[in-house]
Design a protein around this ligand. Structure first.
Ligand code: GLC
Ligand code: CA
Length: 571
């Protein structure tokens, strides 16, 4: 492989900001753009080169901004257009880039387009959303057009009495799906959601649910029922019928050709799951669709369909997941991503590390970081990950959880299992592992009240462990997770051929405790060994030749053994 003349985004380290919980500048309890600006020096110092800002657009916030009511304006609690212009400038002044979230599978039901579409059967924008007539059962009861379930529980169709039809909403009822079959609608999306911001000088987009724009229908435009997976439930996941659909690649090619290709920008699509073949269609350079994508094998390991019916996993499942997320790109013209957290996933140190003692928390967060900085692709870090923020405390009740996905699921469960404290407890235990809320509690900046996130009352409670886990206490501590991240990012850049671009080969697939692999590029090689267990394990290198220790999460590595959660990167 040669890496001559490759684009800037391959070597980038991206930092995701989820604005509501990042940093509040005016004491209203909600993070904002001025808060972000005040931390840019911190991000620069950490070694971040690209900031990804989750939705900052005007929105009723039913799904925390992923329900957009106007692509061309800023949510007033985050700031205004001047603040956004300033953010773009301030990021660029530091030689960093700014990418935004592109949420164009659906809008909010408060978007002007939907209000028009809904107003009558003959409105010119009627066809910009997906409307269908009701079905009726033998007793004359009105039913949705298909049995598809929403990703946020219940039916994926919502009835609108204005015109006696249902509209499709694969997420919340207030997030109607746009009709990508309509060319006029597509062009309006390109203009309002993409071009408007490109012209302001942003450097790219993270593309929300990028695999779902094209819904499969039969030749007459009729949607079919989804296969029954949960026999005792009314609605069924529409996965295959709504993901990686028949025209999805045509749509991405069109968007790239008409708009994105005109700017020097990066795009990363949230694709989720797909075969190797399908993956290459999205991100092979020759296909001209997007630069890279997020696959969910790692973050969803153990989910098996229903995240709140968590099944657990072992290290082999985890290795499989890591391999499938990057393997598809090796030896091709495609590019991959490396990430273990985002705003839709619980905290990595709680899920894949060990938070039972302070020492193991510190060590296992560093271990996960060593895995990540060794893998090929563009690296993404989620706010708070760099200080080892953890899942919410186990003694928090459901009242402290704010996310629509969690709350809808809980409400449905309570209807289906009234007065069943045993099953409530089981669900609560799963929520404590996998809910999106864990990533959404405010960032812990210091040990002042509310972790320095706000001087007011935070919109969501700050994790009480802020007195121990916060940026201020870690920034000058050479043993901290934060200092470790900083050093790791530097090493990844210093040895970028090996870590960012190299080939990956696993050495110990069957081993249930250790994860060892080789990264290679031309004649250079790196050998990485990570103890994912809480045991001390005898250690004999699996490679020949002289080894030089480049990075480790222990003070003095002992020859012949690996302590619990110890990791070593040799070159
Ligand atoms: C994506 C976002 C998620 C959001 C959903 C609907 O999966 O990451 O936060 O709820 O799309 O827009
Ligand atoms: Ca604020």
């Amino acid at each position: 492989m040669t890496i001559k003349n490759y684009p800037w985004w391959k070597d980038s380290t991206v930092y995701q900001i989820w604005p509501a919980s990042y940093k509040d500048s005016n004491g209203d309890g909600i993070g904002d753009i001025q808060g972000i600006i005040s931390t840019l020096d911190y991000l620069e110092d950490l070694g971040i080169s690209v900031v990804w800002l989750s939705p900052h657009y005007d929105s009723p916030q039913d799904d925390m901004g992923y329900d957009i009511s106007d692509y061309e304006s800023v949510y007033h609690k985050y700031g205004n257009m001047d603040d956004m212009n300033q953010l773009i400038d301030e990021v660029h002044k530091r030689d960093m880039k700014l990418i935004l979230d592109l949420v164009i599978n659906h809008t909010s039901d408060q978007h002007a387009w939907f209000k028009e579409s809904k107003s009558s059967l003959t409105n010119p924008k009627r066809d910009w959303y997906i409307w269908r007539k009701p079905q009726y059962d033998s007793k004359g009861n009105r039913k949705p057009p298909t049995n598809w379930s929403s990703i946020f529980s219940g039916s994926a169709w919502n009835y609108d009495p204005t015109t006696d039809e249902y509209y499709l909403c694969l997420f919340a009822k207030s997030q109607p799906d746009l009709n990508w079959e309509n060319e006029e609608c597509r062009n309006a999306i390109y203009k309002s959601a993409l071009e408007f911001w490109f012209k302001k000088g942003i450097d790219g987009f993270r593309i929300d649910v990028a695999s779902m724009y094209s819904k499969a229908s039969n030749s007459k435009g009729k949607f079919e029922d989804a296969p029954i997976i949960y026999p005792n439930q009314e609605f069924q996941p529409a996965g295959e019928l709504t993901t990686n659909g028949p025209r999805i690649h045509e749509f991405h090619k069109e968007m790239f050709k008409k708009i994105t290709s005109k700017y020097d920008v990066m795009t990363v699509g949230e694709v989720g799951f797909c075969s190797k073949q399908e993956a290459l269609k999205y991100v092979s350079h020759a296909e001209k669709e997007m630069n890279m994508m997020f696959l969910f094998n790692v973050v969803c390991v153990g989910y098996d369909g229903d995240k709140f019916d968590f099944k657990g996993f072992n290290l082999k499942n985890f290795k499989d997941a890591v391999i499938s997320q990057s393997d598809f790109a090796q030896g091709t013209d495609a590019w991959s991503t490396v990430f273990i957290e985002n705003h839709d996933q619980a905290r990595s140190v709680s899920r894949f590390g060990n938070t039972s003692t302070d020492e193991l928390w510190n060590k296992s967060a560093k271990l996960l970081n060593m895995l990540e900085i060794s893998l090929t692709g563009t690296l993404y870090i989620y706010q708070g990950q760099e200080i080892g923020m953890t899942n919410l405390p186990k003694n928090w009740s459901i009242d402290e959880y704010k996310d629509i996905e969690t709350l809808n699921y809980w409400a449905k469960h309570k209807i289906e299992h009234p007065n069943d404290s045993e099953s409530d407890l089981k669900l609560m235990q799963n929520i404590q592992i996998t809910a999106r809320d864990h990533a959404r509690s405010p960032v812990q900046w210091d040990d002042s009240p509310n972790g320095g996130f706000t001087s007011g009352k935070p919109w969501m409670k700050v994790n009480e462990n802020f007195t121990k886990i916060n940026v201020k206490s870690q920034i000058n501590d050479s043993n901290s997770i934060l200092s470790f991240y900083k050093k790791s990012i530097q090493l990844r850049q210093l040895y970028k051929k090996l870590f960012i671009h190299g080939d990956f080969k696993i050495l110990d697939y069957e081993n249930e405790d250790l994860f060892s692999f080789i990264k290679s590029f031309e004649d250079s090689k790196s050998y990485i060994v990570l103890n994912f267990s809480n045991k001390t394990i005898p250690f004999k290198p699996l490679v020949d030749g002289e080894l030089e220790l480049l990075h480790t999460n222990v003070d003095t590595p002992e020859p012949g053994v690996l302590s619990p959660y110890e990791g070593r990167i040799y070159i």
